[in-house]
Every structure is written in C-alpha cells, then in structure tokens.
Design a protein. Structure first.
Length: 167
C-alpha cells in the first residue's frame, strides 16, 4: 500500500499501533479511531491523527470517514477472553462491527480489513488452517469474533463493491 488514506479502528492498541507505524511511512494519511479503553495514547504514532471515539455510537465515524478513504482496518474490540460481563462484551464487539460496516457503506469505501481471531476455532490444532472446521469458540470473545465474520460476509451482499479481507 502506497499513497493511500487509511483509517484504523483500535489503532491505539498493541497491534493497531504497530500497523499504523508500518503504514505511515508510505501512505498519504493514517487516522486512528480508538476509545482508549484498552489502548494507549502514547502508542499512537506521532504522524497519525487520533480520534478518541466510542464506535458503539453509530455516527462517530461520519466525521472521520469520507469517500477519499481507501482502507478501513477494523481492529477495535473488547478483547478479554475471560470477562465478568460476557453479554456486554458480545454486544459491544458486534455493535462496533455493525457500525463500521454501515459507515463504510454510507461513505462508499471499498476496502475493509477485519482482524478475527484463532479463538473462533476453539481447541483446534495449531497452527490452524483458515478452512478448518468446525468453528467452536470457547469464549464469548471468540463467539463475538465469529459473529463479526458473519456480519462481514453478509455485508458483501448488502453493499456492492465492498472488498473485505479477514485476517
């Protein structure tokens, strides 16, 4: 990727901040959307624009996205594998994904990269091939990631021209 405008949700987290560092050098702009609930403002690269926003608000991306954005990388998630509030975690993760997909569609952005998790496979052999079945998440976090994969798959039928990558 060279010369692109990129938005990274969850870009203040460990993986998102490293992705931002990698993309900043050769791209037009990198914007990060993160509520800083598990990320760190200090991890955000200096040349990236940080938007401290909660993706559960369906309109929060409207001030960040535009048809000029080339890629949206969706890494934001409530990531605790063992949580005291499993329903809240599931709802938060799927609501954020749904809102990202709706915003991408509204702003006619054609490229979304979603990071899933090996937790969707449950107790599968390692390394796990991407075509491994059955999908049997052993945590609510894994179940939310699997649900988000389904939302992504469904969104391909909702929105024409959307290119989606699952990682």
């Amino acid at each position: 990727m060279i010369g692109e405008q990129v938005v990274i949700t969850g870009g203040a987290g460990f993986i998102g901040s490293h992705l931002a560092e990698r993309l900043i050098a050769e791209n037009h702009s990198v914007s990060i959307v993160d509520d800083l609930s598990s990320g760190d403002r200090d991890w955000v690269p200096e040349d990236a624009a940080l938007f401290d926003r909660d993706l559960r608000n369906s309109e929060v991306l409207d001030n960040v996205l535009s048809p000029n954005v080339d890629y949206v990388f969706h890494l934001a998630a409530s990531k605790a594998v063992n949580t005291d509030h499993p329903r809240e975690q599931f709802e938060k993760n799927t609501e954020m994904m749904y809102n990202v997909l709706e915003a991408v569609s509204r702003h006619e952005i054609g490229n979304v990269v979603y990071t899933s998790s090996s937790t969707v496979y449950g107790e599968a052999p390692r390394p796990t091939p991407e075509d491994f079945a059955p999908l049997e998440p052993i945590s609510v976090y894994g179940a939310s990631k699997l649900a988000n994969e389904s939302l992504c798959s469904r969104s391909l039928r909702w929105s024409t021209g959307l290119s989606l990558s699952l990682c």
